[in-house]
Design a protein around this ligand. Structure first.
Ligand SMILES: [Zn+2]
Length: 147
């Protein structure tokens, strides 16, 4: 719904955001679509996530494309639910990385973001999906054949 307070959204609300450029690349205005789909750092994260989930690389053109990924994915319900959760978690972690940079000047790396997503995702999935069980090794390899 484009309500997340990116630099572009804040500018539209008459808030002074300086140059309003993306904090990761510094090349273009920080919009929702740029921040979650197009920025170089972010595309690296999405590539790593797709690789980890053993699915084809993502090609997002807008943030709306992110939630549509599982619609046409040939996979078990458990894997679809896990991938959907990972996608949402990735968005949250990307926003956190952005806020860490904006408010605390903390730099981040693709490896750190992906590592956090794997760890947090495991805790989330274990608490949510109780029909089967998946251990850390299965989750780390995103191997749902174990379930
Ligand atoms: Zn950028």
């Amino acid at each position: 719904m484009d309500r997340i307070p990116t630099m572009c959204a804040l500018r539209k609300r008459n808030i002074n955001v300086g140059d309003g450029l993306c904090v990761f690349c510094g090349e273009v205005e920080e919009t929702t679509n740029h921040l979650f789909t197009a920025c170089r750092l972010i595309t690296g994260v999405w590539f790593a996530i797709a690789s980890w989930c053993n699915i084809a690389p993502f090609f997002f053109f807008s943030i709306k494309d992110i939630v549509k990924v599982i619609e046409y994915m040939p996979a078990s319900d458990a894997k679809k639910e896990a991938v959907y959760g990972v996608l949402i978690l990735t968005c949250w972690r990307l926003w956190k990385a952005r806020n860490d940079k904006v408010f605390s000047d903390i730099d981040t790396e693709v490896v750190k973001i992906v590592s956090d997503i794997k760890s947090l995702g495991y805790l989330w999935f274990k608490s949510r999906y109780k029909k089967g069980s998946i251990d850390w090794k299965g989750w780390y390899n995103f191997n749902f054949n174990l379930m």
